[in-house]
Design a protein around this ligand. Sequence first.
Ligand code: SF4
Ligand code: SF4
Length: 94
Amino acid sequence: MLKVRGDLCIGCGLCVENCPRQAIMIVSATANINQNRCNQCRRCLEVCPKGAIVELVTVSREELESTIASLKFQADDIIYKIEQLQYQDNTKVK
Ligand code: SF4
Ligand code: SF4
């Protein structure tokens, strides 16, 4: 499913002009995709000059938990290494 990032869209209308399904409207200076009309051709995504149209990927709960666990492990490892460096610095000063 494609979604417009409101923080990036400048309302230029290029996506509207290039959509073969007339699935996009500019509402309050931001593009808005009608999911019922969209056929996922991705033309809008390719023409957007701001990279404001993004694809939402569905992720399972297991994949999400696994990614979080991996990031936590990496963060703990970095923190451990920083603490080791601080310890070495402190022992050099003495
Ligand atoms: S993916 Fe294709 S049909 Fe869907 S909004 Fe974009 S240009 Fe239109
Ligand atoms: S092309 Fe991009 S910046 Fe322009 S209106 Fe569409 S989403 Fe917004």
